[in-house]
Write a protein that binds this ligand. Structure first.
Ligand code: B12
Ligand code: SF4
Ligand code: SF4
Length: 263
């Protein structure tokens, strides 16, 4: 059943990128299965904050949380190396990936229901409280427990296909064996105190070896939002152009030893 679900996700992304109205292509998604009752999920409020939702807030009797990672292609990453604002392509990829997530999740939920089980997504996962800049649902926490990766100094979850891409999670009551969190660190600095290329790439100073300042980062992401909102905000949707502004930057995700592989 796990292989079938992986196949649904991989095939869906392959088919989706053939759509005439989008420009983004992705590398092959990775899929992991987290134990919804894992101790580090039961204790998630201690790790994050007191309003974080529990899997049982999303679905009755949750057993497995499916986590998937959709890695970006190298040309998307390369477009975002230079400059202090997110590239047009990076912004559009963010937006087209969000649009795909909605459709892919609906498809997966339908497929899981056809198997006689139930599934649901947290529909506030993309929202965050602007006073603390935290969401009530952490995709990365779930993906970590699902064994997809480990956290880097850049604050991204680094998989065997790198960290340049996006995550989503679906809570289910599937009866399959859960995957285990990885034991070895994927980040070079965490492994042997070397690297820190991501810190050098963060021109705003939001990132250093010991800390990530989400407020400074948010301010920087808002600069790209403002630029593309001004340029494209009031225009009809046009293929290959951002649909307005998005809070993105991502300079600390590209041109790194961990962008596309486990370093
Ligand atoms: C709010 C938000 C932002 C805010 C605040 C940033 C932040 N890092 O929180 C802003 C707008 C600034 C932002 C910026 C960016 N974001 Co953002 N963002 C989110 C969002 C919506 C919520 C994150 C959140 O608040 N989670 C709640 C907090 C409490 O948890 P967390 O940070 O996810 O996980 C922490 C805990 O689990 C904790 N932890 C502590 N103890 C323990 C113990 C254990 C055992 C475990 C497992 C974990 C754990 O460690 C984790 C890291 O700090 C998520 C989507 C989502 N819902 O998950 C995307 C998300 C985190 N963003 C993402 C990205 C890509 C970006 C940007 C690169 C922007 C861009 N696309 O160009 C930058 C990168 C900034 C950075 N270096 O972190 C991706 C990350 C992908 C990846 N490879 O990891 C996500 C997951 C979106 C997605 N759907 O893929 N983001
Ligand atoms: S660039 Fe280096 S230090 Fe930064 S997250 Fe990747 S491996 Fe870790
Ligand atoms: S997204 Fe930009 S501002 Fe935020 S940590 Fe990464 S490089 Fe720095």
């Amino acid at each position: 059943m796990k292989n079938l679900i992986k196949k649904y996700i991989v095939d869906y992304v392959r088919e989706y990128e053939k759509r005439y109205d989008i420009s983004t292509t992705w590398r092959e998604p990775l899929v992991g299965f987290a134990d919804a009752n894992h101790k580090d999920i039961s204790r998630i409020r201690e790790y994050t904050f007191e309003e974080h939702l529990m899997p049982s807030d999303i679905l009755d009797d949750p057993t497995i949380i499916i986590a998937y990672f959709v890695p970006f292609t190298k040309d998307i990453a390369h477009s975002n190396i230079d400059g202090e604002l997110a590239s047009e392509k990076w912004t559009l990829t963010y937006q087209e990936t969000n649009e795909m997530f909605i459709k892919l999740n609906d498809y997966l939920i339908k497929k899981i229901e056809e198997m006689g089980c139930c599934a649901a997504v947290c529909n506030v996962a993309s929202d965050f409280k602007t006073d603390i800049l935290k969401s009530k649902w952490s995709h990365r926490h779930m993906a970590k427990i699902a064994g997809l990766g480990t956290f880097g100094i850049n604050n991204m979850l680094i998989t065997k296909e790198g960290c340049c891409g996006r995550y989503f999670t679906i809570v289910t009551n599937l009866q399959v064996s859960p995957d285990k969190p990885l034991e070895e660190e994927n980040c070079l600095y965490k492994r042997n105190k070397s690297c820190l290329v991501c810190v050098k790439r963060c021109f705003s100073g939001a990132l250093n070896a010991n800390n990530y300042d989400r407020f400074k980062c948010y301010e920087t992401c808002m600069k790209s939002f403002d630029k593309y909102e001004k340029l494209y905000g009031n225009r009809e949707v046009e293929k290959g152009k951002p649909r307005g502004g998005s809070q993105v930057c991502g300079k600390c995700v590209v041109n790194l030893p961990c962008s596309f592989k486990q370093p």
